[in-house]
Design a binder for this molecule. Sequence first.
Ligand SMILES: *[C@@H]1O[C@H](CO)[C@@H](O)[C@H](O)[C@H]1NC(C)=O
Ligand SMILES: *[C@@H]1O[C@H](CO)[C@@H](O)[C@H](O)[C@H]1NC(C)=O
Ligand SMILES: *[C@@H]1O[C@H](CO)[C@@H](O)[C@H](O)[C@H]1NC(C)=O
Ligand SMILES: *[C@@H]1O[C@H](CO)[C@@H](O)[C@H](O)[C@H]1NC(C)=O
Ligand SMILES: *[C@@H]1O[C@H](CO)[C@@H](O)[C@H](O)[C@H]1NC(C)=O
Length: 667
Amino acid sequence: MASCCFLTSTLGIFLSLWISIINAEFYVIDDQIGLGRRFDGIGGLSGGGATSRLLVNYDEPYRGQILDYLFKPDFGASLQILKVEIGGDAQTTDGTEPSHMHYEGDENYFRGYEWWLMKEAKKRNPDITLIGLPWAFPRWVGKEQSSPYHNPDVTAGYVVSWVIGAKQYHNLNIDYVGIWNERKFDAEYIKILRRTLDKAGLTDVGIIAADGNWDISIAMALDPQLYGAIDIIGVHYPGTTTIPQALWTRKTLWSSEDYSTFNHNDVGGGCWARILNQNYVNGRMTSTISWNLVASYYEDLSFGRDGLMTAEEPWSGNYVVESPIWITAHTTQFAKPGWRYLETVGNLTHGGSYVSLTDGKGNLTVVIETMTHDHSICVRPPLPPYKVFPQNATFHLKGSFATVSELQLWYSKFDFANSKSTLFKKLQTVKVFDGFFTLSLGVDEVYTLTTITTGQKGRYTDPPNSSPFPKKYLDDFDVRNPSFDEAPNFADQTGVFEYFQNLTDPGAHVFTLRQIVTQRPIAWANDADQTISIVGDHSWRDLTVTCDVLIETVNTGGVFIAARVDKGGESVRKAMGVFFWVFANGTYSVTNDIDGKMVRAEGLSGTRAGKWYTLTLTVEGQYAYGMLDGYPLWKNAVILNPKNGWAAIGTYSFEYAQFDNFQVLAD
Ligand SMILES: *[C@@H]1O[C@H](CO)[C@@H](O)[C@H](O)[C@H]1NC(C)=O
Ligand SMILES: *[C@@H]1O[C@H](CO)[C@@H](O)[C@H](O)[C@H]1NC(C)=O
Ligand SMILES: *[C@@H]1O[C@H](CO)[C@@H](O)[C@H](O)[C@H]1NC(C)=O
Ligand SMILES: *[C@@H]1O[C@H](CO)[C@@H](O)[C@H](O)[C@H]1NC(C)=O
Ligand SMILES: *[C@@H]1O[C@H](CO)[C@@H](O)[C@H](O)[C@H]1NC(C)=O
C-alpha cells in the first residue's frame, strides 16, 4: 500500500471520528481501573405458586420447544438460574404446590413438577444454578403453630431433606436455599438452617436471605453469626436501587424476585430490559430472577401472563415466545456466570444505561438500553419520572479491549406505535477504530456489542393456533404409572388433589383423584377453609358437570362439584359460583359461594361417608339443577351471578375425599 493512501485513509477515519465525537457523548470501557462484581446470571422462578402447572401437560414436541426457548444455551433466553418453590401444600399466588412431606414421617420426592423442571433445565444447561425456596409449609412443620420458626430445627430439617431428596432421587445438586418467601426472617432460624446443612455435609449449599426487603443487611451488620450464615442478600422488587448498609456488608446482592409484569404488550419486555441493566448500574445486584419463568397457569388467575413467555394451553399446544425471552438473550447469550462487570457501567447522558462485562480472557460484552419511562413500567415499585432522548454515544475501549477491531451487534427496538418490534436481530458488525466506535441510539432500544460470536436467535416453526379449552372434557383418573401426581389441567387452589390407587377396591374406583391435605397449612396467601381444584375455561357459562364423589370423613365430611367459579389464586376465599355440596350427615346444599353461606337450595340427600355417589350439576342461564346418582335432587335454584367461570371439585374442610369420572359438557 502506498504511503499517500494510507495517510489519507487514516486521516479520513480521524476526521469522521472527530465529527462523530463532537456530536456525541463519551463513555470509556476499561478493565485497567479494576473490575466490578461477579456476574451471577439471569434466572426464572417456577412456583410461588404453581406457575408452571399447565406446562407439564403439553405434548411433545411443544413442551420440549418451550423448555428450549427458556433454557437451551444460545437459543433463546438461555437462562442461567432456575429458582423453584419448595411446595408447602398451600396457595402461593396461582395455586398450591405439593409438599415432599404432607405429614410428619411422610417423604415423597416425586410430587409436583418442579423436580422434572429442574432436570429438564439441567439437561439443557448443566451449569444452571438451582435454588429452592419455601412459600408455605405443611402445618406439622410448625408443630401446629402458624409459623415455621416455632420449631426451627424441624423446619430446617424439612428444608434440608428437600435438598437431600433432590440429590438422592433426581441427582440434582441444589446450589442455594432460601428462608420464607417475603415473610419476616428469623435470625436464629437462619443460623440453625446453616448448621443443619453443614451437619448433613451440605456445606456447598448456600443460603439466600431473606427474599424480602433490605432489612436483612442491617441485621447482618449487628450479628456476626448471621452474617456468616448468609451467602447472598436476595431482595424482591428493589426498583433497581440498594441501601448503603447492603453495600457495606460486601456480600453478593441479588434481585432474587423481580419483573412480574404483563408480557404481551412489550412494556413487560421494556421493564425487563431496564431492570436487567439498572439492577447492577444503580443497585450493584449481580443477578435478577423473573417471577415468573413461564406463564403456565389459567390466565384469569392472579397476574395472568406475567412470565418471560406464555404457555397456558396444553390442550392446543399453543405457546407464545414473548419479548422478555429475547431481552434476556441480549445478556445471557454473551455473558456467563463467573464473568465480571467492569467498573465502567452507568447511565447514558440523555437517558438509558449501559453495562460492560468481561470473561477476564479478553472478551467483552456491552449491553445498552434506552427504555422510556412509560414503556418500561414494571408492576412494582412505582417508577419515578425520567426522560430518554435519541443520542449519539461514542465508546472508547481501553485496557485489554484497546485492540478490539470489531464487535458483533445484536439489536432490539420496541415499536409501540406500530407493534412491529424488532427483537434480538443480528446487525452488521461494528468496526472499532483505534478503540473508538459511535452508535446513534434511538429510544426503547437494546444493543449488545460483543466479541462473542456464538449468539443465535433460535426458532421453531410456529406452534398450533390458540384454541379454547375443549367443551367436552372427561377424566377417569385411570393412570397406572402417572408422570405427575396431579391430573392434567386441574389447578389446585386450596388443598392438594393427587392420583390415588385403592388396591382393595373391587373395581369401579381403583384409580381416583384424592384430596390429601387434612390440616390448614402454614399458609402464605389466604387459603380458603374449603379445598378446591379448578379446571376448564373461565368463560364457561352454561354447562353440566358430573363427577363420582367419595366422602371419607364420617359425620362431618362433605364434598362439592361446582360451575362458574369466578376466582382462585389469592382471592380463592372470595370465590363465587354454583357449588353443589353433599355431606356425610345425609344433607345437600347449593350455594353461591365457596364459604357455603349463600344458600340457594338445601335438603336431604341420604349421603354418608364411605359410599360413592354420582353428582350432576347443570347450569343454564339463571337456573341450576342437581342430580344424585342420576335422579333429580333439586331444581330451579336461581343463580344471578357470577355469569361465568371454571368448573371445580372440592371438599367442605381440610379432609380426605375422592373424585372419579369427572366430566364437563359445556355449551
Ligand atoms: C441513573 O439515573 C437514575 C435516574 O434516571 C438515577 O436514579 C440513578 O441514581 C442514576 N444512577 C447512577 C449510577 O448514576
Ligand atoms: C473469548 O471467548 C471465546 C469463547 O469462549 C474464547 O475462545 C476466546 O479465547 C475468548 N477470548 C477472546 C479474546 O476472544
Ligand atoms: C448524531 O450525530 C450525527 C452526525 O454524526 C448528527 O447528524 C445527529 O444530529 C446526531 N444526533 C444527535 C441526537 O445528537
Ligand atoms: C378402598 O376400597 C375399599 C373397598 O371398597 C374401601 O373399603 C376403602 O375404604 C377404600 N379406601 C379408601 C382410602 O378409599
Ligand atoms: C350437615 O353437615 C354440614 C357440614 O358439616 C352442616 O353445614 C349442616 O348444617 C349439617 N346439617 C345437619 C342437618 O346437621
